[in-house]
Design a binder for this molecule. Structure first.
Ligand code: CO6
Length: 437
């Protein structure tokens, strides 16, 4: 009986295992290529894994909620429809480690959904690899193909288009990735304190936390245990930027196809301040401070399911306001629709959380480990303010907001944290009201 082993895929560079949260098939089911087989969850990403082959499920080796190592055989598919005698795990993990430039070998009875035969971080399904093998496409050539799938994944149509230009044939499934966890913690080992017992009274409702809520909860507790948080607050007069934004909002959208809110302007100011205060753009590793070269600003996004996720605007200081706006909108939209790619939530060096849209003014955000600071932006409100003019002080109606910065007191003292925070406010206050869009 020709069979095909479905193995636990590697969903990210550092991911070694995953939990099967749901099986969409059971033993005996007839499946077609691309039918969803199971859902797997890691601490970074949830993915639905489709079948790369047609056949009959002859064996499921792990029930739901099993934590399984990458490369383990999860299920066996009979390729010729025979359902007896499932084939043992013959997927070679050594094979999976190959990164050579030779043509990809045939995927037969011991084929796997393993992605690890790769040069970069891209995933190649068995089907793409089979097509590649049949057409003598080397891994280096595969690497050069632009993938149109999630996260640049090479799909059947991509390799077929490539082959059309050099003469080729064949088919591949898409792996739908749904990122739904907060940025992964640096995982310092901190002893968890036992929480006091809670009594449940008649009429109380007990709600089971979902997996993401548990991850967020653990991440928050860990962060508070790792970093001694302190919070400083400044007020910023953002009248000019508000007038500019309100005046240019429609023209900006017309010109660039993206809506501009205040968030991109906050992000631009943060990136500029981080470039001036590199110690805030760092992480603590034991007794060493790692000052990060890249300025990658994470944005806390509230998801419709009530959870929170922090996608990252990479190299924010190198982007102009249009670039920041477009990336922020892309990430926020992807976050709300479970379309983030794992790379979208990696590499953050600082985080901004905007609770101003909830009408909140001041807060004490929790640092997103392993970063050392986080900014919270409060609501912009009109306020009476004293202005000093050449002809004396006047009271004027100004747009004002509070900026709250929580920082890791292990390495950032009040002078540095306060100066950095004030610098963000200065950038916002000095926004050029005549700036061209
Ligand atoms: N002031 C005034 N107006 C605001 C502000 C502030 N701070 N923030 C947003 N807005 C306006 C914004 O300009 C939009 O108005 P119009 O442009 O005139 O249409 C409107 O409110 C809605 O903005 P939206 O939230 O949709 O977009 P924005 O680009 O500002 O934010 C986002 C994008 C992804 C950050 C946001 O959608 C989001 O998810 N925010 C929630 C983030 C969150 O939950 N953070 C955790 C808070 S809890 O940190 C916390 C300290 C603890 C308590």
């Amino acid at each position: 009986m020709a069979s095909f082993n479905i193995v636990m895929p590697k969903l990210g560079e550092s991911i070694q295992e995953g939990t099967i949260t749901k099986w969409f098939v059971k033993e005996g089911d007839t499946i077609e290529e691309d039918d969803m087989l199971f859902e797997v969850a890691t601490d970074k990403v949830d993915s639905e894994i489709p079948s790369p082959v047609d056949g009959v499920i002859t064996k499921i080796n792990y029930p739901e909620d099993s934590l399984v190592a990458v490369g383990e055989v999860l299920a066996v598919v009979s390729l010729d429809g025979e359902v007896e005698a499932p084939v043992a795990d013959t997927a070679s993990k050594d094979e999976a480690a190959k990164t050579d430039d030779t043509p990809v070998k045939a995927e037969t009875a011991d084929s796997s959904v393993d992605d690890s035969r790769k040069l970069s971080n891209r995933f190649y399904s068995p089907l793409v690899k089979t097509i590649a093998k049949e057409e003598n496409v080397s891994l280096n050539e595969l690497e050069s193909i632009e993938g149109s799938g999630v996260g640049g994944r090479v799909q059947k149509k991509d390799i077929m288009a490539y082959l059309d230009n050099r003469g080729g044939s064949s088919a591949q499934p898409e792996q739908k990735q749904v990122v739904s966890a907060p940025a992964a913690p640096a995982a310092p080992v901190v002893e968890k304190k036992a929480a006091p017992p809670v009594s449940v009274g008649a009429g109380d409702t007990v709600v089971e936390m979902d997996r993401i809520r548990k991850l967020i909860a653990d991440h928050m507790v860990m962060s508070k245990q790792v970093s001694p948080h302190v919070t400083s607050v400044v007020e910023a007069d953002v009248t000019e930027l508000v007038i500019w934004r309100n005046k240019n909002k429609d023209a900006f959208q017309k010109k660039y196809g993206d809506k501009i809110t205040f968030m991109p302007i906050f992000t631009e100011a943060v990136a500029a301040a981080l470039a001036e205060f590199p110690m805030v753009n760092s992480s603590v590793n034991g007794d060493k401070i790692i000052m990060k070269k890249d300025i990658n600003v994470g944005i806390a996004v509230a998801k419709p399911d009530g959870n929170l996720i922090v996608p990252v605007i990479k190299n924010a200081e190198q982007r102009n306001l249009v670039g920041i706006t477009k990336e922020l909108n892309r990430l926020a939209d992807a976050a709300r629709n479970n379309k983030l790619d794992p790379s979208d939530i990696q590499g953050g060096t600082f985080t901004v959380t905007n609770f101003g849209s909830f009408g909140n003014i001041i807060g004490t955000p929790i640092i997103n480990q392993p970063q050392v600071a986080i900014l919270a932006t409060g609501i912009i409100e009109k306020k009476p303010a004293v202005l000093e003019t050449p002809s004396g002080d006047v009271i004027a109606i100004r747009h004002k907001m509070y900026l709250s910065l929580s920082y890791d007191h292990r390495i950032i003292d009040g002078a540095l944290g306060g100066a950095f925070l004030r610098r963000i406010a200065d950038h916002l206050e000095q926004f050029d009201i005549n700036r061209a869009i």
